[in-house]
Design a protein around this ligand. Structure first.
Ligand SMILES: [Zn+2]
Length: 446
């Protein structure tokens, strides 16, 4: 399983059609919907565990646990950013078996998640820590591409029975420029060459026909013109904890941004303990003022009856899980462009929204709000905007994380016939286990 971080379906498929990715062209290709937030880390979880990030209580690349914070302001697990030193907690935070635990000699290359790997199986443990900061700050992702290509060959020549490899430069260059920049397109081509070389090694060893090849992506990206300073907006009203300023005393709100197109907003509401519901804040001007921020697409929060209320500028919707079905009702202009009220199966939700502006939105909000660590208010930005104006070096010119089509739709390619569209990336975990003769119930290896 090889993940091209930040590969957009439309960009990749166009290059395939133009014949510029000859090795990917030989594979079966589909569109799939990733998860909300559409960001690296949480969006790896469907592939590696078969669960949504909300189900695993990892609702973003940054999050806050209000209950842990209420117990102790300095609690080591009250706040998290996997972008910094707290990345070491990621494996600990995942309360599920990973795919690595179903295989005998799994390997990973450049993976943020390594739970279930032996030290020998994590092939880039040190390289990743040293080279990522170099590439990030010096804008040079080529050395990582070369290491990636070399490690793929090493894997093909090894006796390892499973590989998860991350190709980082499409995301890296997209953030620096935009998703269609020549350097980004060159990265896709470099990926295709590396894949081709690996497949050739497998073919020569007579192992290709018994190898399931799956190429996936964790999120798309859309170009960004405007950075909305959500942290400052909250700080001026309540005092706000946000990375890297997360230990300031006296703050009554917190803002944990992902990608940076989505953000979790947490409100103290007297005490940090427990969720702040819509009814607690509907009389404040806060929600209206947030919706007036340029670039805000929608807000979502919980109501006391257990529904998710979605607020757009000109309308609102209610999402509720009812006996395994999804209830959706809206009034005014439909904030998630779902286009109907009623109860729907999970598949119907996907079918109705797959090609729309907010793919899979009702179900994605339900999975996200199943986490205790999800914000009291979840904010999602419109294309062209992100929600982080400071502390992002270098400046991001592309965004993901939001619940918009360019950030949510990803390509999936395989040398085996793929499940039909519409598809969610979370379905692939069971599909891989089935094709490789394993199942969910099997006791994983150590
Ligand atoms: Zn990114």
């Amino acid at each position: 399983m090889i993940l091209i971080d930040g590969a957009r379906y439309d960009v990749l498929s166009e290059l395939v059609v133009e014949g510029k990715l000859p090795n990917l062209r030989k594979l079966d290709m589909r569109r799939a919907v990733t998860v909300f937030p559409s960001t690296t880390g949480p969006a790896y979880l469907p592939f590696l565990t078969g669960f949504f990030p909300g189900e695993l209580d990892v609702p973003g690349i940054r999050w806050l646990s209000k209950d842990a914070l209420a117990r102790n302001f300095l609690h080591p697990h009250a706040r998290r950013s996997y972008m910094g030193y707290e990345a070491v907690f990621f494996n600990r935070d995942i309360k599920a078996r990973t795919i690595f635990q179903y295989f005998h000699k799994p390997w990973a290359i450049f993976s943020l998640i390594t739970k279930g790997l032996s030290p020998r199986g994590n092939r880039t443990r040190w390289v990743r820590r040293l080279m990522y900061p170099y590439s990030h700050f010096l804008h040079d992702w080529r050395p990582l591409e070369r290491t990636f290509a070399r490690k793929l060959i090493e894997w093909a020549e090894s006796d390892s029975d499973f590989l998860f490899a991350v190709f980082p430069s499409v995301d890296g260059f997209s953030h620096l420029y935009h998703p269609f920049h020549p350097k980004v397109l060159e990265s896709y081509r470099n990926f295709d060459r590396a894949l081709g070389t690996m497949l050739e090694v497998l073919r020569k060893r007579g192992e290709l026909k018994d190898t399931l090849v799956l190429v996936v992506s964790d999120h798309g990206l859309s170009p960004t013109r405007t950075h909305v300073d959500l942290a400052r907006f909250l700080h001026e009203r309540f005092g706000c904890l946000y990375y890297p300023l997360v230990f300031k005393p006296g703050a009554s709100s917190a803002e944990m941004v992902s990608g940076n197109g989505m953000s979790h907003i947490y409100l103290k509401n007297g005490t940090w303990r427990g969720r702040t519901f819509y009814e607690d804040i509907e009389d404040l001007q806060l929600l209206e003022d947030l919706l007036k921020l340029e670039g805000m697409d929608f807000l979502a929060c919980r109501t006391r009856e257990g529904a998710i209320l979605v607020l757009g500028r000109r309308g609102r919707a209610k999402v509720l899980s009812e006996g395994g079905r999804v209830l959706y009702e809206f009034e005014g202009e439909d904030p998630l462009s779902f286009g109907g009220s009623g109860t729907f199966s999970s598949l119907e939700v996907l079918e109705r929204t797959f090609c729309g502006e907010h793919p899979d939105a009702p179900l994605q909000l339900l999975q996200l709000f199943s986490s205790e660590r999800t914000g009291d208010i979840v904010a999602s930005a419109r294309p062209g905007y992100d929600l982080r104006a400071r502390w992002e070096f270098p400046e991001h010119r592309s965004t993901h994380g939001a619940l918009t089509k360019d950030q949510m739709l990803v390509p999936v390619l395989s040398n085996a016939p793929l499940p039909p569209e519409p598809m969610r990336t979370v379905e692939l975990f069971g599909w891989i286990l089935k094709l490789s003769g394993r199942d969910h119930g099997e006791t994983p290896t150590d």
